[in-house]
Design a binder for this molecule. Sequence first.
Ligand SMILES: Nc1nc2c(ncn2[C@@H]2O[C@H](COP(=O)(O)OP(=O)(O)OP(=O)(O)O)[C@@H](O)[C@H]2O)c(=O)[nH]1
Ligand SMILES: [Mg+2]
Ligand SMILES: [Zn+2]
Length: 356
Amino acid sequence: MYSLEDLGWGPFFAEQTKDLPDDDLDPMRVAEEQRGAYVLWSPHGTFEAVIPGRMLHEAEGRNDLPAVGDWLLARRLPGEPRAVVEHLLRRRSALSRKVAGERTDEQIMAANVDLIYVVASLNRELNLRRLERYLAVTWDSGATPVLVLNKADLCDDRDAILHDVEAIAPGVEVLVTSASTGEGIEALRPTLAHGITAVFVGSSGVGKSSIINHLLEREAQDIKGIRADDKGRHTTTVRQMLVVPGGAVIIDTPGLRELAIWDTGEGLGQAFADIEDLAEGCGFRDCSHSSEPDCAVQAAIGGGTLDHGRLESYRKLQREQTFIAGKKDERLRAEEQKKWKQIAKTNRARLKAQRR
Ligand SMILES: Nc1nc2c(ncn2[C@@H]2O[C@H](COP(=O)(O)OP(=O)(O)OP(=O)(O)O)[C@@H](O)[C@H]2O)c(=O)[nH]1
Ligand SMILES: [Mg+2]
Ligand SMILES: [Zn+2]
């Protein structure tokens, strides 16, 4: 089994457990989650766990419940491979999106990660707008994104594509790999050092699990079979943690159909740092880069150094971010109201009891 350090434990988490008197509790990391049932890893082995009712009741949102990659304190049940979750430790970082569909809630795809490998395929039409969205979401997490362009063996004009991708990914390292031939995979290894946690995200079928198997040097994860040409089917169905021997913790995730923004939008500024930098040179402080005079952004588009599609993409994500921020406010207000109603009810009951 693994030591705490093998599993990514460090001072940030140790610090949080320092003042806890109860030494019955063990630090464990969430390796897998499936509909509220958890698999936890610790130096004592693997444990199954469910969330106690108290924690569910006290949670104000998804953010207060464990997700894959989380560290928590749990109590082992004697003689059983089961544990009771007692305490969720504060996160170093979290990769979140809005849950798919209409509902306004957070989904944590991976917690406490250092690196986020955004994998795309050089085979199919590579969608730059989609990559911009991924980068905006990943920069928001507190972890560092790295772009991995896989299936290099199926592509014959990689230089042109690489050029386009680098233009939309300021400050992001871009790697080219082939999980089929093994090309470029070793370039990932130095980043996957002991103590690091890395998550792989991207559309279904781009080769996330294939790359991971290469790194682990075993068929740890199922990959889509040659004959399985039903393109809609996801091969990886749960988010899951794996350990590179002597190296990093890796989290494999199922391919995403949609990736909606959840977080603050600071990631947006980072993902579009080139446009933000240009905007500093605009004549007006609040320039909308549409028809104002002295607009450095429009000048860059006119001069061919900035693609108009990229500005559009930035605006679209900004609108989405504003919309979700409004929704979150609405929900927060509703929750506040509920809480006050509850407090008022308790107070009334107490007064009534006193009067008796
Ligand atoms: N030619 C080629 N095929 C690849 C490469 N990487 C993966 N594949 C194939 O692409 C298919 C999908 O690979 P997976 O590793 O299952 O993709 P995934 O991203 O994990 O997909 P989900 O689990 O559904 O999200 C499989 O048939 C792989 O053999 C590559 O570099 N080149
Ligand atoms: Mg997979
Ligand atoms: Zn402007």
